[in-house]
Design a protein around this ligand. Structure first.
Ligand code: AFP
Length: 368
């Protein structure tokens, strides 16, 4: 399929609906129609966002979400868009959203289907009022085999990420893009506003295996585990340190924007577990942030780990459970995971010694 001419609908028909007679066609029946509805929600949100403060959606909604976080008006509005765009099509049994505490069962006045949709309707909402890049993230599972569609509850969503049948995100930047995988690679579509269509512009995205660019919120450094501090310190040491090359750092406070950059040019994104909130496994949610992003990254040749486990293998315990996230260019993610293993086995002694802390007497020889 040719970049620049294939629409999302044509891509999905060619990829899903015209599957060879293998079981795939049955396994993904209706999935293309569901993804077209998700794309319609994204187009609607894109139009809402481009109005900026003129749309009357800036500022606080004066409400608190299930996680005790203040909701922005756009958090609430975009959640409504996803629900209204997808609840009626007879393809879903239920939805889960960052902005809704419980499972949203499809109302009885609509037919129910065989898919489950988990989503973060607006990721990076702290960027809204400063006109920064934000996104939407979504994940699609099939309802468990044999489970009656009207009996779908929380347990149906608590499945490891490798069971996803599709995942994607919208990045609302200078252009609006939809990046999607249905298990056959990761592909990017750009919204052609004049015709209201997503057009294939980045087919079969591949993440470079090496990178000199990392993304982490460095203000949390004192809370990180030693393997993360070791990795970031080595990047900061640059060509004067063991990596013998300089690195670049980015932090946009929108996971979608960070992951999109990594898909476009490589890099590593880290939101590791930290001791600032020891009760929390991490900051990012497994079901509708880490899992879909990990699916896309792996389909593009990258890796996604908690530092100790492949994210797509993690078994969820709660709808809004969190995990540490380290993802991106294969060789760097492998290095960070190796550092976690060395730390856990007590093999990284030289790096955890206070002698090598930034204020120690044993600073590397900068005269070199
Ligand atoms: P919000 O959607 O609440 O702004 O959170 C965005 C996010 O979940 C993720 O997209 C960012 O990478 C991360 O949080 C930013 O976290 P910090 O605000 O701690 O940098």
């Amino acid at each position: 399929m040719q970049d620049g001419r294939t629409t999302l609908s044509k891509f999905l028909i060619d990829t899903l609906d015209r599957q060879p007679s293998s079981g795939n066609a049955a396994a993904t029946a209706g999935l293309s129609a569901l993804l077209i509805d998700v794309a319609a929600a994204i187009k609607s949100i894109s139009a809402m966002l481009t109005k900026g403060s003129l749309g009357g959606n800036y500022g606080s909604a004066q409400t608190i979400n299930t996680h005790g976080e203040e909701q922005k008006k756009l958090d609430v509005a975009t959640n409504e868009v996803f629900v209204q765009q997808c609840e009626w099509d007879g393809l879903l049994a239920a939805m889960v959203s960052e902005e809704m505490e419980d499972v949203y069962a499809i109302p009885s006045d609509y037919p129910r289907g065989d898919y489950l949709l988990a989503f973060d309707p607006l990721d990076g909402s702290s960027n809204i009022d400063i006109n920064g890049v934000v996104g939407s993230i979504f994940s699609v599972l099939r309802t468990p085999q044999g489970e009656a569609q009207d009996a779908v509850g929380e347990a149906a969503f608590l499945r490891p990420g490798y069971e996803q049948v599709a995942a994607g995100y919208a990045v609302y930047g200078p252009s609006t893009m939809l990046v999607l995988s249905v298990g056959n690679g990761t592909h990017g579509f750009t919204l052609e506003r004049d015709i209201g269509n997503f057009v294939l512009t980045h087919s079969n995205i591949r993440i470079p295996e090496d990178t000199v660019e990392f993304a982490i919120n460095a203000s949390n450094e004192r809370f990180w585990e030693p393997p993360v501090r070791r990795y970031v310190q080595e990047c900061k040491d640059g060509r004067t340190g063991c990596r013998e090359q300089d690195f670049n750092m980015r932090w946009i406070a929108s996971m979608v924007a960070e992951v999109h950059r990594i898909l476009m040019r490589g890099g590593v994104f880290m939101y590791p577990r930290d001791s600032k909130t020891p009760a929390m496994e991490g900051r990012l949610r497994l079901l509708y942030e880490a899992n879909p992003m990990s699916f896309l990254v792996e389909q593009a040749g990258g890796l996604a780990t908690t530092g100790r486990e492949r994210i797509l293998d993690v078994r969820p315990h709660a709808l809004h459970g969190r995990v540490p996230v380290i993802l991106g260019s294969k060789n760097e993610v492998e290095r960070i995971a190796r550092y976690h293993g060395e730390y856990d086995r007590g093999e990284d002694k030289p790096y955890t010694s206070p002698l090598f802390s930034p204020r120690s007497l044993f600073l590397p020889d900068f005269s070199a």
